[in-house]
Design a protein around this ligand. Structure first.
Ligand code: SF4
Length: 284
């Protein structure tokens, strides 16, 4: 398996390194892994240890991401790896993102060849957090350009500005999850920052096809006031930006939490429709 030297890090004294890919900016002594579990300090160099490690790969409708109806009828090769830089206790793909699942090795050229062989016009990065393996995503995306394939990335948006801009420049669809409108919830429950993620979204929306998804967990992040503010904020970018309200199913540390009711989802759809033209309910 390839141990690819990472981009976006700085070397420090005594073989320490500082990863500059995401806002955690992990400061790592030799032999230590970053919080995402996939970037490792080996003798003073930072390596990406999930490069070419594929946990999921299958052909599906691109609309399963979810995306707006303009993408109906398009097939994509969905791929995932392992690891995440957030720790959301309600993650729907927690096995791949938080715990680790079996993987197989596949280099970017093999991924692109498989997409072509299966007559997919798209490659969709999802399941775990793709951006913590940004070097792999970019290598695949560059090959896709040569072969006239398009790339969609489903991300938590928690990256530093320079790598985030590099991602946006090289892909075709950016689907960003917003976990909550409550900043404290973001920090305590997910280990992220709403403000940083919103800043990234705002920096990107003019340069790429942007859609936003929101996993609605009843009694946790479904407050109408917050959803109103979210709708208003997105409308400040453009009322055309699609927002997907996703039904929560019990998962991971929220395994005993009830699934979100259609009544709750459709009520929130009405709330954000005051601001946005394209609000979709998914998973019901
Ligand atoms: S990408 Fe991983 S190693 Fe780098 S700063 Fe973020 S959590 Fe730390």
């Amino acid at each position: 398996m390839i141990q690819k030297e990472a981009s976006y890090y700085i070397s420090l004294r005594q073989d320490y390194v500082e990863c500059k890919l995401c806002p955690h900016n992990c400061y790592l002594m030799p032999s230590r892994l970053g919080l995402c579990g996939v970037r490792s300090n080996r003798d003073g160099k930072l390596y990406l240890i999930n490069y070419g490690k594929i946990s999921h790969i299958e052909k599906k409708s691109l609309m399963e991401l979810p995306l707006s109806p303009e993408f109906k009828g398009k097939d994509a090769l969905f791929i995932g790896s392992i690891g995440c830089n957030l720790k959301c206790p309600f993650c729907l793909h927690w096995q791949a993102s938080q715990v680790g699942v079996p993987t197989r090795g596949m280099m970017p050229d093999a991924v692109v060849e498989k997409a072509l062989a299966e007559e997919c016009g798209w490659i969709a990065f999802t399941y775990n957090e793709p951006t913590i393996g940004l070097e792999f995503v970019l290598d695949v995306a560059r090959l896709c350009k040569e072969k006239k394939l398009s790339v969609a990335v489903h991300t938590n948006g928690f990256l530093n500005p320079t790598p985030f801009a590099e991602l946006v420049k090289n892909i075709d669809i950016l689907l960003v999850d917003i976990k909550s409108w409550n900043s404290e919830f973001y920090q305590v429950e997910c280990g992220g920052s709403k403000e940083i993620i919103l800043k990234n979204i705002a920096s990107a929306y003019k340069n790429i096809h942007l859609e936003i998804s929101y996993l609605v967990i009843e009694g946790v992040n479904d407050q109408e006031e917050g959803m109103s503010e979210l709708g208003e904020w997105i409308a400040g970018l453009s009322p055309e930006v699609p927002l997907h309200l996703i039904k929560f199913q019990p998962s991971f540390r929220y395994a005993n939490h009830k699934e979100t009711s259609p009544v709750c989802l459709y009520q929130l759809q009405r709330v954000v429709h005051h601001y946005l033209k394209n609000v979709f309910v998914a998973g019901v």
